[in-house]
Write a protein that binds this ligand. Structure first.
Ligand SMILES: Nc1ncnc2c1ncn2[C@@H]1O[C@H](COP(=O)(O)OP(=O)(O)OP(=O)(O)O)[C@@H](O)[C@H]1O
Ligand SMILES: [Mg+2]
Length: 236
C-alpha cells in the first residue's frame, strides 16, 4: 500500500485543469513533480492538502479515502503543505509563525516544544531570528520558515510547492539538502519544482503537461538519458 494514492483526479476552476491524473507515492520516498507554468502542479498539491475540491477521482492517504476530508483534518492526519509563495504571516514573529503551524497539536505543549527544537535544528537561522517579524526576513529565510511551520504539525507527508523560486543557487541547494534530511528522518516528501537541481534527491519523478502526467518513473531513470532531454529540455 502506498502512503499517497491519487486516482483519476479531475480538478478545475470552472474550466478543467487536471484531466484525471493518477499517481502514487510510497512511504519514505521523495517524489518530484515537474512541469511548465500553468501545468497544474499547484492545483495538484492544493487538492491533496484539501484546499480544492475535485470534480472526480479519489485521494487515499495511508489506505484511507480522504477525498472528502477537510483540510484541517488532513493536517491532523499528517499532511502538511508548504504553499507556493511561502505565505508566512508577515506581522507575526518567527516563533509565532511556528506556533501557528502546531495548531493541531496545541494542547501538547511538550510536543510543540520538541517540534520547535527540530525546526531550529534543521534551520539554525530561524533560532537566531525567532523574535524577528516574519515579514522582515529575507526570501530564503521566509522559505525556511514556511517549511518549518509545516513541520510543526509533525507531518508524515510534506508537500512543498516551488521552494526554490527566487532563491540563489546556493540557498536552493541548502533548502534541497535540508528537505533531504527531513526525508531521511522519515517524512515522505512531494516536491513541486522547476529546478532540475533537485533531481539527485528524487526517488520518483512526475512530469505534468497541461493537466496530465506525461511521464512517471524513477528518479534515476530521468536523471540520465533521453527522458530528461525530451521532457525537461536539459541534457544531463
Ligand atoms: N484560483 C484560480 N482561479 C482560476 N484559475 C486558476 C486558479 N488557480 C490556477 N488557475 C489556472 O489553473 C491552471 C493551472 O495552474 P497551477 O497554478 O496549478 O499551475 P502550476 O503548474 O502550479 O504553475 P506555476 O509553475 O506557474 O506555479 C492555470 O491555467 C491557471 O491559470
Ligand atoms: Mg504553481
Amino acid at each position: 500500500m502506498s502512503l499517497l494514492e491519487v486516482e483519476g483526479l479531475r480538478v478545475g476552476y470552472g474550466f478543467p485543469v487536471l484531466m484525471g491524473i493518477s499517481f502514487a507515492v510510497e512511504e519514505g520516498e521523495t517524489a518530484v513533480m515537474f512541469g511548465l507554468n500553468g501545468a497544474g502542479k499547484t492545483t495538484t498539491v492544493a487538492t491533496i492538502a484539501g484546499l480544492l475540491r475535485p470534480e472526480a477521482g479519489t485521494i487515499r492517504f495511508d489506505g484511507a479515502d480522504i477525498t472528502k476530508t477537510s483540510a484541517a483534518e488532513r493536517v491532523a492526519l499528517g499532511i502538511a503543505l508548504v504553499p507556493e509563495g511561502r505565505r508566512v504571516f508577515p506581522d507575526l514573529s518567527v516563533a509565532n509563525n511556528l506556533r501557528l503551524g502546531a495548531w493541531t497539536k496545541r494542547r501538547h505543549h511538550k510536543q510543540v516544544e520538541e517540534s520547535r527544537e527540530l525546526c531550529f535544528n534543521y534551520f539554525p537561522r530561524l533560532a537566531e531570528r525567532s523574535e524577528q517579524l516574519a515579514g522582515t526576513l529575507s526570501g530564503g529565510e521566509q522559505q525556511m520558515l514556511a517549511i518549518g511551520r509545516a513541520l510543526m504539525s509533525r507531518p508524515r507527508l510534506l508537500l512543498v510547492d516551488e521552494a526554490s523560486l527566487g532563491l540563489s543557487p546556493a540557498l536552493t541547494q541548502t533548502v534541497f539538502s535540508v528537505v533531504d534530511r527531513i526525508n531521511d528522518d522519515g517524512v515522505t516528501v512531494v516536491l513541486v519544482e522547476q529546478n532540475v537541481g533537485v533531481l539527485p534527491y528524487a526517488d520518483r519523478a512526475l512530469i505534468m503537461e497541461k493537466g496530465t502526467l506525461v511521464y512517471q518513473g524513477s528518479g534515476d531513470e530521468i536523471h540520465s538519458g533521453s527522458i530528461r532531454e525530451t521532457y525537461l529540455g536539459t541534457p544531463a
